[in-house]
Write a protein that binds this ligand. Structure first.
Ligand SMILES: Nc1ncnc2c1ncn2[C@@H]1O[C@H](COP(=O)(O)OP(=O)(O)O)[C@@H](O)[C@H]1O
Ligand SMILES: Cc1cn([C@H]2C[C@H](O)[C@@H](COP(=O)(O)OP(=O)(O)O)O2)c(=O)[nH]c1=O
Length: 330
């Protein structure tokens, strides 16, 4: 299999992943980012809320189960504040550089969770979202749909629930129904992919929804083996979710543990590990092994995409080498 590694001027692309709890967003963002990097693209992986130092601090507050008195209006403002910072500090500059920005949740989550889930005025949510996004809109949004709301929640809460995960089945049913409605209203941008089947099938469907933006994916899609190794990549929830506090996940810990999105969206293997331990709150993590296993499996899959791996030096990665979006780079 061949692929085009030419270092030509690239147009930036902003791809967001949306969906209810445990839909598989983290898994598929990681696979996609490694593939794009192997093809020579600069990739910046982000998650919301978070991705900047300010955003990660806001995340810790909004997801902390101890903040159970938080008003819905306050919750909305925190998500929007984190987004405004992320867009200004990381997303805009990265797109201007020509990077592919992959974001785990964005404005659709605010409409689904705070608009439909909490029942806040949806027109106000839309306008406030537009303000926070500063004119930036996703080029494509992948809506990942878990087998059922309950199954997704079960996947996501193996180690306990953060404040949003603990909002109840009815809340999460509303959220998932909202995502489906929003995808139906905007089918060109928002593409629905079910994550009920094998991860390889889900990944293939994700790539199929992006092939018009990344024509190189045509070769992945016609390969009988490209996606297969993903099925061997197990995400060990316990290893990823970090320290527990009385059955509830510490979101600060979970932040560092799961996404590996460093402050400013940048990370390296070394800083990532220290970042993970920095955010620990009384727990010992063992996700390094699990993450390496996942990375190895995914890298194997990505490597098959291109005869000319590894990617050219200097190409950043959200998984291990992203040296781009350090604090203040904007
Ligand atoms: N088809 C699938 N695609 C992605 N993840 C899946 C799939 N089937 C099962 N899973 C599992 O679902 C769990 C949640 O995945 P994750 O990527 O963390 O979701 P999210 O980031 O949306 O919460 C993981 O344990 C993952 O292994
Ligand atoms: C971005 C965003 C997230 N959320 C919620 C969804 C999640 O429950 C939580 C983010 O936590 P996270 O653990 O990242 O969830 P997931 O792994 O399922 O993506 O915040 C909102 O309610 N509004 C928003 O605007």
């Amino acid at each position: 299999m061949t692929c085009n590694n030419a270092a030509e001027a690239q147009k930036g692309a902003f791809i967001t992943f949306e969906g209810g709890e445990g839909a598989g967003k983290t898994t598929h963002i990681r696979f996609l980012s490694q593939t794009l990097e192997a093809m020579g693209r600069e990739v910046v992986c982000l998650r919301e809320p978070g991705g900047t130092s300010i955003g990660e601090q806001l995340r810790a507050v909004v997801l902390d189960p101890r903040n159970d008195v938080m008003a819905d209006e306050c919750e909305l403002m925190i998500y929007l504040a984190a987004r405004a910072q992320l867009v200004a500090q990381i997303v805009k500059p990265a797109l201007e550089r020509g990077a592919v920005v992959l974001c785990d949740r964005f404005s659709d989550s605010t409409m689904a969770y705070q608009g439909f889930g909490r029942g806040l005025d949806r027109d106000l949510v839309r306008r406030a979202n537009d303000f926070a996004c500063q004119g930036i809109r996703p080029d494509r949004t992948i809506l990942l749909v878990p087998p059922s709301t309950r199954a997704g929640l079960a996947r996501a809460t193996v180690e306990g629930a953060d404040r949003l995960e603990a909002a109840g089945d009815a809340f999460h049913e509303r959220v998932n129904a909202a995502f489906a409605q929003m995808a139906a209203e905007e089918p060109e941008r928002m593409r629905t992919v079910r994550s009920a089947s094998k991860k390889s099938d889900t990944a293939r469907a994700v790539f199929a929804e992006l092939v018009d933006l990344f024509p190189q994916f045509e070769e992945c899609l016609t390969s009988p083996t490209f996606f297969k190794s993903l099925d061997g990549a197990q995400v060990v929830q316990g290893a990823r979710s970090g320290a527990m506090e009385g059955g509830a996940r510490s979101d600060a810990t979970e932040d560092g543990a799961r996404s590996g999105m460093m402050e400013g969206g940048a990370r390296s293997d070394v800083t990532e590990d220290s970042a993970r331990s920095d955010v620990m709150e009384g727990g010992i993590r063992s996700d390094a092994t699990e993450d390496s296993a996942l990375d190895a499996a995914l890298t194997g899959a990505s490597a098959k995409a291109c005869d000319e791996v590894p990617p050219r030096a200097g190409v950043s990665t959200c998984v291990s080498k992203n040296a781009l979006a350090k604090e203040g780079d904007a």
